[in-house]
Design a protein around this ligand. Structure first.
Ligand code: UDX
Length: 429
């Protein structure tokens, strides 16, 4: 089947490549000429395991192409997926101008039946707005369907999650769109849930909000663990054994970041308020997350008495391992707080240094973790890369000026670290 994917960000590029991989003919569109030129040369603008090879393979097979010409995509494809960015405005509300622009282009270029599918995360009822916008710009009376097919993929595992998802959500307004979308997804063996459009939009928003809530919940409990001598890892394990709760997303740490949770939660709170509901529970989820990032800075300060003039080594800058994504990364908040307190910051990340350099100045960016540890008064581990899990701890301990190790992701066992001579602080242990 023929697919046009508008927007070649994380979601658009991964979804486009994966649709080609399962046999469809896909044209990916973006108005960023530089990006399209890169993609046409086989260069991938994002760090995503497995994506580069998949793109090259499908381009060679003639199933995947890239263009800046949206009209071409609209003319030749039955499905037009919209995967453009919906960045937050100052109020937290999602900015839908990108979607509006695409809707106008579709309305003007469409000459026969098309299924226009929301792939970006959008506020509930955007589907309805999309229909009105397309109708307004349509000069002829053409039948079309709007649908919602939210994406749940996680950075770093996106390809696999697209091809083997927990579920596929299809929000539709007609039987025709339902049948076509089911056919499009036929090669993917996963449960498919068909709903109305608003429910599909809400499934995406509430899934992210609920996962953020799980993380803030366990982070709040970690404070109680520290006050009582309980171990958050054991508490999470015991809670997680209850099938109704589940162990996933109960890892206490420096808080959640990334391109989705912080932004989507803000947009969800703002959307709820517009609909007349003050979602205080989620406001508290946000507040706990902000506090959590600063708790590791407090721990460093408590262990060192003061931070002014101290050198702190940050291990991990990306918002999570296996990505170079720095969007809303907890490392930014941690580093800003350290610099504000007068500390000197050294930092290393296996993938995100170049991006970090563009965002944060005044940091001594290091080539590896050992260079980072050399001569520091404390280490704060912010991102749990495998490379850090396997570090030579004795070597690290020997080169540090003071052996303070703040483990913001509970990577190491407290007893082992103490036996090695570290002044060790995990989260909630
Ligand atoms: C998330 C959702 O998981 C995905 O379904 C949605 O499509 C996009 O947003 P992503 O942002 O790629 O995906 O990362 P994810 O692996 O979910 O982690 C988000 C943040 O939560 C990271 O900063 C991570 O470190 C943090 N996290 C996750 C925790 O602090 N504890 C946990 O137990 C799990």
């Amino acid at each position: 089947m023929k697919v046009c994917m508008v927007g070649t960000g994380y979601i658009g590029l991964v979804s486009g490549a994966c649709f080609a991989e399962i046999g469809h003919e896909v044209v990916c569109v973006d108005n960023d000429t530089q990006k399209i030129n890169m993609l046409n040369k086989g260069e991938i603008p994002i760090f995503e395991p497995g994506l580069g090879e998949m793109v090259k393979k499908n381009v060679r097979a003639g199933r995947l192409s890239f263009t800046t010409d949206i009209r071409k995509g609209i003319e030749q494809s039955l499905f037009i997926f919209i995967a453009v960015g919906t960045p937050p405005k100052a109020s937290g509300e999602a900015d839908l101008s990108g979607i509006e622009h695409v809707a106008t282009e579709i309305g003007t270029a469409m000459v026969e039946y098309r299924i226009i599918v929301e792939k970006s995360t959008v506020p509930v009822l955007t589907g309805r707005r999309l229909r009105t916008m397309i109708e307004k710009s349509c000069t002829r009376d053409i039948e079309f369907d709007v649908a919602s097919n939210p994406e749940f993929l996680r950075e770093g595992a996106a390809v696999n999650e697209f091809l083997c998802p927990d579920r596929i959500v299809l929000g539709v307004e007609s039987k025709k769109a339902e049948q076509r979308l089911l056919e499009l997804y036929k090669p993917i063996n996963a449960p498919k849930i068909v709903t109305d459009i608003a429910s599909a939009e809400l499934i995406k928003l509430t899934s992210n909000a609920f996962l953020s809530t799980k993380i803030s919940f366990i982070n709040a409990v970690s404070v109680l663990c520290e006050k009582t001598g309980a171990d958050i890892v054991k508490v999470a394990e015991g809670m997680g054994m209850d099938k109704r709760i589940g162990r996933a997303f109960l890892n206490a740490g420096v808080g959640y970041g990334g391109s989705c949770f912080p932004k989507d939660l803000k947009a969800f709170i703002s959307m709820s308020s517009e609909l007349g509901y003050d979602f205080r529970l989620l406001k508290e989820v946000e507040r706990i997350n902000e506090d959590q990032m600063l708790r590791v800075v407090k721990k460093a300060e408590e262990s060192l008495q003061y931070l002014r003039g101290r050198t702190i080594g940050i291990l991990g800058l990306a918002f999570k391992p296996n990505t170079d994504d720095m969007r809303d990364a907890p490392s930014i908040t941690v580093i800003k707080a350290l610099q504000k307190a007068g500390a000197v910051v050294k930092a290393y990340d296996p993938a995100a240094i170049e991006r970090a350099k563009k965002m944060m100045k005044g940091i001594d960016y290091c080539r590896d973790l050992y260079e980072t540890a050399d001569g520091v008064d404390a280490i704060i581990l912010v991102t749990e890369w495998d490379e850090f899990k396997q570090m030579d701890l004795e070597r690290v301990r020997r080169t540090m000026r003071k052996p303070v190790f703040i483990d913001g992701r509970n990577v190491f066992e407290p007893k082992k670290m103490k036996d090695l001579g570290f002044i060790y602080c995990g989260i909630g242990r």
